[in-house]
Design a protein around this ligand. Structure first.
Ligand SMILES: Cc1cc2nc3c(=O)[nH]c(=O)nc-3n(C[C@H](O)[C@H](O)[C@H](O)COP(=O)(O)O)c2cc1C
Length: 291
C-alpha cells in the first residue's frame, strides 16, 4: 500500500497502456494512490552525452521534465510501466527516458529495490518484437525489484481488456506487485541470475559438436549456456565482470567506473584526437537550412 506510479509510454489517451495500468491498480488489494505520467506528452530531450550528471551536483544540465519524472519515481512505493509496440520495439518515449538514465544514479539509494512490473502491448499476436525486453530493461535501469512482465495483445483502444488473457495478466501482475512472485510459467527458460527471458546465441568456443549452446542474457548481460536435457531446456548463467545490475553494489560500481572515464579521457585525449582528426573533412552533412 502506498503510491503506485504508472508510467505510460503511449500517446493515446484511454489507450491500452493507460487502461491496463488502471486495471492493475484496480486489482490491487488495499488502498493504493495511483499517480500517472504519460511520457510522450512530457518534454524529455535527447541525452547530450556530456556526462555532467555523474558529478556534483549530479543533475542533468537540460531544463526539461526529467526532474519531474525522477521525483515521481523516487517518491513512488511501486512502479508499473506499460509500453505499446511501435515497429517491433517500445514507443520511443520509453527509450528517450531510458537514454537519460545516467541521471538515475544520483538516486540509487532511493530507487533501489522498489517493487515494479511491466507490460508490453502489441496489436498483432507475435509482432511484439523486442518491446518486452525494453520494458524489462527499463525496470532494471530504474533499479527496481523486477517482479514480472507480460506481453498482452490488443490493437484498438480498450481491446487489451476484452477476452480473458489481458485481465488475467493484469491480475497476475497485481499479485506479483503485492507478493513478490510473478508466477511465471516455470517452463519458460530464464536467466537464473536476473529472471530475463531474452537471450543472444553466441558462437561456440570450440568447433566441436556440443549439446550446449552459449548464450548471453540480454537483460543483465551475463554469459552462460542453454542445454536440452531431453525433457526441458535449462539455462545457466554466471556473473560477468560488468553485470547490469544484479545488486545495488553493481549499480554503484558502474557509476564509479563511468566516473573513471573522465580521467581516462583526459589521459588519452591527444591519442584520441589524432584518431578523430583524420576523419574531420570526410563526408557532406545534410542539415536543414538556417532560417
Ligand atoms: C506507428 C505504430 C506502429 C505499430 N507497430 C506495431 C508493431 O510493430 N507490432 C504490433 O503488434 N503492433 C504495432 N502497433 C499497434 C500498437 O502496438 C497497438 O495498437 C497498441 O494497442 C497501442 O497501445 P496504446 O493503445 O496504449 O497506444 C503499432 C501502432 C502504431 C501507431
Amino acid at each position: 500500500m502506498g503510491t503506485l506510479l504508472g508510467v505510460i509510454a503511449s500517446p493515446r489517451k484511454f489507450g491500452n497502456s493507460e487502461i491496463f495500468i488502471k486495471e492493475i491498480h484496480r486489482c490491487l488489494e488495499g488502498s493504493w494512490d495511483l499517480r500517472l505520467v504519460r511520457l510522450p506528452e512530457l518534454d524529455l530531450r535527447p541525452c547530450l552525452a556530456c556526462y555532467q550528471c555523474l558529478f556534483e551536483p549530479m543533475r542533468c544540465v537540460q531544463k526539461d521534465d526529467l526532474e519531474l519524472v525522477l521525483e515521481a519515481l523516487v517518491h513512488a512505493d511501486a512502479v508499473v510501466v506499460a509500453a505499446p509496440t511501435y515497429f517491433l520495439g517500445a514507443n520511443a518515449s520509453l527509450k528517450r527516458l531510458l537514454d537519460r538514465g545516467l541521471s538515475f544514479y544520483a538516486h540509487i539509494d532511493a530507487l533501489w529495490g522498489k517493487p515494479a512490473v511491466g507490460v508490453a502491448i502489441a496489436g498483432v499476436p507475435g509482432l511484439e518484437g523486442y518491446t518486452k525486453l525494453m520494458v524489462d530493461s527499463f525496470l532494471k535501469l530504474i533499479l527496481a525489484d523486477h517482479r514480472g512482465s507480460e506481453v498482452v495483445y490488443g490493437a484498438l483502444p480498450g481491446e487489451v481488456l476484452l477476452g480473458e488473457d489481458g485481465p488475467a495478466a493484469a491480475r497476475k501482475l497485481a499479485r506479483a506487485l503485492e507478493l513478490g512472485a510473478d508466477g511465471s510459467d516455470p517452463k519458460t527458460p530464464r536467466c537464473p541470475l536476473c529472471g530475463g527471458d531474452t537471450f543472444r546465441f553466441l558462437p561456440p568456443k570450440e568447433s566441436k559438436k556440443s549439446e550446449v549452446q552459449r548464450i548471453r542474457c540480454m537483460t543483465c548481460s551475463s554469459e552462460g549456456t542453454v542445454r536440452w536435457d531431453g525433457t526441458s531446456f535449462s539455462v545457466e548463467t554466471v556473473r560477468g565482470d560488468h553485470p547490469f545490475f544484479l545488486s545495488r553494489e553493481d549499480a554503484v560500481a558502474h557509476l564509479e567506473w563511468l566516473r573513471t572515464m573522465k580521467d581516462l579521457f583526459a589521459k588519452r585525449r591527444d591519442e584520441l584526437k589524432a584518431v578523430t582528426r583524420a576523419y574531420k573533412d570526410t563526408g557532406t552533412w545534410i542539415r536543414p537550412e538556417k532560417k
